[in-house]
Design a protein around this ligand. Structure first.
Ligand code: G1P
Length: 278
């Protein structure tokens, strides 16, 4: 049903300079895997095997990572080092990758609109690799959202409660609860000031979008910070029809910040690496 997943990966990663001067932030490793690989694994876990990268200048290594490295494979063939490539080889076998380039950085909404050519006229997932999500022993966040989509058939954003003094970093929703973990969106604001926030429910980097979002994005004027915001387009979609907000099970690390990145690294080391799951 949903088979495509878009990864907007054109951002500069200024918070990690100088590490990101010549290397995409999505290639920074959490223990021994680049951030973007965790995202692609989550997409595959949810059954989304057509991976659509919206990249920019300086992001070629992302494409190289999801391709065969003949020289390296030849070098380590038959040695005990081959085991380290099993996981990524499996991903390359199971997924299909396509790429388009975002020439100008005009916001997440603009990035998603740029990816239209790779997605076409079908519902699709969006994963922001900066938000690293785990749900140990259960469905991944995107897999949970695909299940919800089967029931609601409209765009869905993943949300979590955040402290009031953090809401200015996120898109914020207001909505009517239709069940404990699901809201019908009535309002959405991109990075509101604390006193203007309609709730403490923050959007995190997982979306399922229906393709009518593209026409809405084409008509969406620049919003917060002069950028075309997916949050603004989703509010329009909610007013025209329906958008749902899903409170996911699991935990999220903001790997776009140094604190979140270190927390994620410690978590992966303790919970995955030491248990032989990385
Ligand atoms: C983007 C979205 C924001 C969302 C966030 C989740 O912001 O615009 O609505 O809450 O991702 O990570 P960014 O963090 O890219 O500025």
């Amino acid at each position: 049903m949903i088979k495509k997943c878009m990864f907007p990966v054109a951002g500069y990663g200024t918070r990690f300079l100088p590490a990101t001067k010549a290397m995409p932030k999505e290639m920074l490793p959490i223990v021994n895997k680049p951030l973007v690989q965790y995202g692609v694994e989550e997409a595959l876990d949810a059954g989304l095997y057509e991976i659509a990268f919206v990249t920019g200048r300086g992001k070629r290594t992302i494409n190289d990572h999801f391709d065969i490295s003949y020289e390296l494979e030849h070098q380590i063939a038959g040695t005990d080092k081959e085991q380290y490539l099993v996981g990524i080889r499996d991903i390359i076998d199971r997924a299909v990758f396509s790429t388009t380039r975002q020439r100008e950085m005009k916001g997440l909404g603009h990035a998603i609109l740029t990816g239209e050519t790779l997605v076409g006229d079908e519902p699709f997932g969006v994963i922001l690799a900066d938000d690293l999500c785990f749900n140990e022993g259960g469905d991944s966040v995107m897999a949970q959202m695909v299940k919800v989509f089967r029931q609601v058939r409209c765009s869905i954003v993943a949300i979590e409660e955040v402290p009031e003094d953090q809401i200015h970093k996120f898109g914020c929703i207001d909505g009517e609860a239709v069940r404990d973990d699901l809201f019908r969106v009535t309002n959405m604001v991109e990075k509101p000031r604390k006193e203007e926030a309609p709730s403490n429910l923050a959007i995190i980097g997982r979306y399922i979008l229906t393709p009518d979002i593209f026409d809405i994005l084409r008509r969406t004027p620049p919003g917060k910070n002069g950028e075309i915001q997916i949050t603004d387009a989703l509010l329009q979609q909610a007013r025209d029809g329906c958008v749902m907000a899903y409170r996911f099970k699991g935990q999220r690390f903001d790997c776009g910040s140094v604190d979140g990145f270190v927390e994620a690294t410690n978590y992966c080391y303790e919970h995955l690496y030491k248990r032989g799951k990385l």
